[in-house]
Structure formats: structure tokens, C-alpha cells
Design a protein around this ligand. Structure first.
Ligand code: C2E
Ligand code: MG
Ligand code: MG
Ligand code: MG
Length: 285
């Protein structure tokens, strides 16, 4: 009997495994189809970043969504890992970067005065030897000034490899492209390393946003990151700002920039343009 049960478990286990592996392969094949045949399914949404001193929109973060033909909208956490495992992150990343640059230039033409567009890049992209040239090519092809582009690199990606990533970031920064460390605080980078990296901004991970006035530990974390950044001459973007309480805390502690549901969720391009127009009008009265 024990043997039977064992056998059944084994069969159950392999069946599970197979179906997971098949499911994974299906996602990868479908993603390949989308990227090569229907890149418009991969739509770029934009979330405003607010300058906490002036109250104006300073910039926007590009966040990709997969508008699947079967009607579902799939978030990046569900397909970026598959894109990274298959190398599809390379054409996907180029698609997002090109679209973001083009949309930014359109905003300028329509009179929106944003300083820059922020685009996420994964470690897989940065570790490719042609990343610098590929990025330069997209800047030239679209005509966006390098100062108007910020690349967001997660703290974890920065720790994967010492030299290659630091070197390519330095090359990009030399060209005028801005560099931000994303999800800062989740990756344990040393202060020495932080100072040696070519970086312009830190994005504090949203897990550090205190819920309320009672969360004393969180306050200490936020205020120490802000004073550390100011000593290193780095600007700080607070992510995941959802309440007035959090915004006031950030303003009191001289955080420069914030983004989050308090202001706006990520929006499709046309809704984003409308949002910035309305926000600008409100701020000018
Ligand atoms: P991230 O770069 O840290 O982006 C911030 C995430 O927080 C976004 O999730 C955004 O929608 C969400 N968010 C913004 N404000 C709030 C808020 O007030 N509260 C809460 N709870 N969440 C908020 P999203 O769009 O699902 O993206 C998840 C991650 O996927 C991103 O994290 C980024 O690491 C990755 N990602 C998105 N687009 C791209 C891309 O084009 N390329 C690459 N390589 N990664 C991307
Ligand atoms: Mg980001
Ligand atoms: Mg982040
Ligand atoms: Mg994140």
C-alpha cells in the first residue's frame, strides 16, 4: 500500500511538473508571437512623477502591459521573468524604449513640459555587450535628447555583476542619460558601492512607505535614506505614495519627487496626456 501511495504521489508530481512546464512554454511562445508579430499588444502605460517642491509633473515612468487578444490585460510581473529567461526581453526592452521616447517627444510637441521619461531596464539587457550601442541607436532614431531619458536599474541588478554593469552605466551617463536605482533599500548595497556607482537618483521602494504616524521604524528608514541621498548629492523619488500623510512626511523631509496612486495610477498614453493637462491647470490657479 505504501508503495502504491508513493507511486501515485510520483505520478501526481510529474503531472503537475509537466503542466507547469507546458504552461511556461505556452506563455513564452505566446510572448514570442506578440513581440514578433503584434508588438502593439505590448502597450506602454505612464505614471506621473510629481516634483514635491513645485507640485508640477516633472517626469513619467514607463510601465509595460500586455493587452492580450483574448481580452486579458497582463501585468509585467507575470511576463517579464519569461521575457528574461528566453532573451525576449531584448526586443521587448527595445520596443518599450522606442515607444517611450516617441511618446515623450509627442508630449513635448503638444506642449507638455516634462523633464524626462523613465524606463525600466533589466539586468539581462545591461549585461548584453551591445546595450550601449542599441540604446544610442534608439536615441538617434527617435531624436530624443539623452538628458530626457532616465534608465531605472534595480538595486538587485546592480549587485549581480560588479564591473560590466557599472561600466555600461558609466558610458550611458557620460552621454547624458540619467541613471536611477530602482527598488532602493531592498538589495543591501554597501554605502561604498553606492558612492562609486554612476547614479543620479534613488527610488525608495514602496515597502518603506510608513502606513501612519505610529510606524516609527519606517520613519527612521525614510529619513535616513533621504539624508544619505542628500549627502551623496542624489535626488530621491518615493514610490508607492498612496496617502496625504505619506506625501506630507516626504515633503517635510525634503524628498524631491514622488509617484503613486495618491496622484495617479499608470495610465495609457492618451489618458496620461489628459491627466497632465488637468493637473497643470489646477496647479496654475
Ligand atoms: P517598478 O519599476 O518598481 O514599478 C513600480 C510598480 O509599482 C508598478 O507596478 C506600478 O504600477 C506600481 N505602483 C505605482 N504606484 C503605486 C502605489 O501607489 N501603490 C502600489 N501598491 N503600487 C504602485 P507594475 O506596473 O505592475 O510593474 C511591476 C514591475 O515590473 C516594475 O516595478 C518593473 O520592475 C517591472 N517592469 C515594468 N515595466 C517594465 C519594462 O518595460 N521593462 C522591464 N525590464 N521591467 C518592467
Ligand atoms: Mg521602476
Ligand atoms: Mg520600484
Ligand atoms: Mg518593483
Amino acid at each position: 500500500r505504501a508503495k502504491d501511495t508513493g507511486k501515485n504521489n510520483y505520478q501526481f508530481y510529474t503531472r503537475q511538473l509537466t503542466s507547469n512546464a507546458v504552461q511556461k512554454m505556452e506563455v513564452e511562445l505566446d510572448l514570442r508571437r506578440a513581440i514578433t508579430e503584434a508588438p502593439e499588444e505590448l502597450e506602454v502605460f505612464y505614471q506621473p512623477q510629481i516634483n514635491l517642491v513645485t507640485g508640477m509633473v516633472s517626469s513619467a515612468e514607463a510601465l509595460v502591459r500586455w493587452q492580450h487578444p483574448d481580452g486579458k490585460r497582463i501585468g509585467p510581473d507575470e511576463f517579464i521573468p519569461a521575457a528574461e529567461n528566453t532573451g525576449l526581453i531584448i526586443p521587448l526592452g527595445q520596443h518599450v524604449l522606442r515607444q517611450s521616447c516617441l511618446d515623450f517627444l509627442n508630449w513635448q510637441r503638444e506642449g507638455l513640459e516634462l523633464e524626462r521619461i523613465c524606463v525600466n531596464v533589466s539586468a539581462v539587457q545591461l549585461l548584453r555587450s551591445s546595450f550601449y550601442e542599441d540604446t544610442q541607436a534608439i536615441l538617434q532614431e527617435t531624436g530624443i535628447p539623452p538628458e530626457a531619458l532616465e534608465l531605472e536599474v534595480t538595486e538587485t541588478a546592480l549587485m549581480k555583476d560588479d564591473e560590466t554593469v557599472a561600466h555600461v552605466l558609466a558610458q550611458l551617463q557620460d552621454k547624458g542619460i540619467q541613471i536611477a536605482i530602482d527598488d532602493f533599500g531592498t538589495g543591501y548595497s554597501s554605502l561604498g558601492r553606492l558612492q562609486s556607482l554612476p547614479v543620479d537618483r534613488l527610488k525608495i521602494d514602496r515597502s518603506f512607505m510608513p502606513e501612519d504616524a505610529q510606524a516609527h521604524g519606517d520613519h527612521a528608514l525614510i529619513t535616513s535614506v533621504l539624508s544619505l541621498a542628500s549627502n551623496l548629492n542624489l535626488e530621491v523619488v518615493a514610490e508607492g505614495v498612496e496617502t496625504e500623510y505619506q506625501a506630507e512626511l516626504l515633503i517635510r523631509n525634503r524628498c524631491q519627487l514622488a509617484q503613486g496612486y495618491l496622484y495617479s495610477p499608470p495610465l495609457p498614453n492618451s489618458a496620461f496626456v489628459e491627466w497632465v493637462r488637468r493637473h497643470t491647470e489646477v496647479m496654475q490657479f
